[in-house]
Design a binder for this molecule. Structure first.
Ligand code: NAG
Ligand code: NAG
Length: 369
């Protein structure tokens, strides 16, 4: 059904071309706005402004960023939102809490993500002060008021409706909640096969709220292969294989997420939500790092202990010399090079990676229509 209507849309584009009444917009009136929600995989620096232990604002974070300074991104350089901004022809989104986000900068969009958060309010409590999902959505509402006072409510609404949204959340509900300590509250309450549907139903509420707030194109990434990150190899793996309980959790979560998104699209009768299979994207280079130019997908570039997977990445950690040879920058987060590969798949991947379509198809469909 999804594929059918995609082809319907393509067919109508072809017909419009054939009839010769398709007008290329005279000048690009600025790229479409971009809004980012979620956790550390997509945080551009909101946590710099908070009293929290979940932060990436000291060296060597940012060592390969254009400024070579830490920015709050959990990467040696750019992250997934940065590469998507680049594809949109925009500057990177500013963190919502940044004082620089005012005036014309509001037209670029905003990044509401906060490291440590999850779908559930009780995820990441150990990080103290972080912006939980419901608060991110509240800030999105506040942003819209600020935007409306700048350009008027009609234009503001249009900018939101035409904007692109990225949301990445869920990994912490396992790593920084269910599996954080043995006998965690959530693990005593749920088995994993029941916890996953609970997370999905809570996630669905968040996505409906995002739709209520005007979002009409939303890229939703699943979790990566949670058990394969250097931190889990260091803590849970005896033989260097991915930690099975986390892999099992991710294998349940990701397909159920895709089904939930299809359900929402059916309900809204539109391809609002696009599933990005980041598990598969990651698995590709975890199974075959050399094919992607990596020397290792097990050892983090920055860290200490087995696989450089223990503790935080700090100035005192081991640090690799060539970051592009590592799939993982720190014990939990992909390197800039890995982020670039992931965004390439988001842009041009087949339906195996992007359901129901990739970002280049979306951009082509949405331009001039
Ligand atoms: C999470 O917190 C928000 C805001 O305080 C609240 O509206 C929401 O219902 C909470 N969610 C759950 C599952 O308790
Ligand atoms: C994007 O997705 C479409 C449909 O699945 C596919 O045909 C195309 O090759 C993909 N890549 C690009 C660059 O459009």
């Amino acid at each position: 059904m999804a594929t059918l209507s995609l082809w319907d849309t393509w067919a109508s584009i072809v017909i419009i071309f054939a009839l010769g009444c398709y007008h290329v917009p005279a000048a690009k009136a600025g790229a479409r706005a971009f809004f980012v929600f979620g956790d550390s995989l997509v945080d551009n620096g909101n946590n710099n402004y908070l009293v929290t232990t979940a932060r990436a604002d000291s060296p060597p974070y940012g060592i390969d960023y254009p400024t070579h300074r830490p920015t709050g991104r959990f990467s040696n350089g750019r992250n997934i939102p940065d590469f998507i901004s680049e594809k949109l022809g925009s500057e990177p989104t500013l963190p919502y809490l940044s004082p620089e986000l005012r005036g014309q900068k509001l037209l670029v969009g905003a990044n509401f993500a906060s490291a440590g958060i999850g779908i559930l309010n009780d995820t990441g409590i150990q990080f103290i002060n972080i912006i939980r999902m419901w608060q991110q959505l509240e800030y999105f509402r506040e942003y819209q008021h600020r935007l409306a006072s700048l350009i008027g409510s009609h234009r503001a609404k249009k900018l939101i409706n035409k904007g692109l949204v990225l949301i990445t959340v869920g990994g912490n509900d396992f790593v920084n909640n269910y599996f954080l300590v043995p006998y965690s509250t959530r693990s005593r309450q749920y088995d994993i096969p029941d916890y996953v549907p609970f997370l999905i139903s809570e996630y669905k509420k968040l996505l409906k709220k995002l739709h209520d707030l005007g979002a009409r194109r939303v890229l939703v990434t699943g979790t990566g292969p949670l058990g394969c990150v250097p931190a889990e190899l260091a803590m849970r793996s005896r033989d260097g294989n991915c930690a099975p309980e986390l892999q099992r959790a991710a294998a349940l979560f990701n397909p159920q997420l895709t089904w939930m998104l299809r359900e929402l699209n059916k309900r809204y009768d539109s391809h609002v939500f696009i599933a990005a299979n980041t598990q598969l994207m990651h698995s590709d280079f975890i199974t075959n790092p050399r094919a992607y130019g990596f020397e290792t997908s097990k050892v983090a570039c920055c860290g200490q202990g087995p696989y450089n997977g223990l503790g935080l990445c700090t100035a005192a950690s081991n640090l690799c010399t060539n970051r592009d040879k590592y799939a993982f920058w720190d014990p939990f987060h992909p390197s800039e090079k890995a982020n670039r590969i992931i965004v390439k798949q988001i842009m041009t991947g087949s339906t195996k990676y992007m359901d129901p379509m990739n970002l280049s198809t979306i951009l082509a469909m949405d331009s001039g229509l």
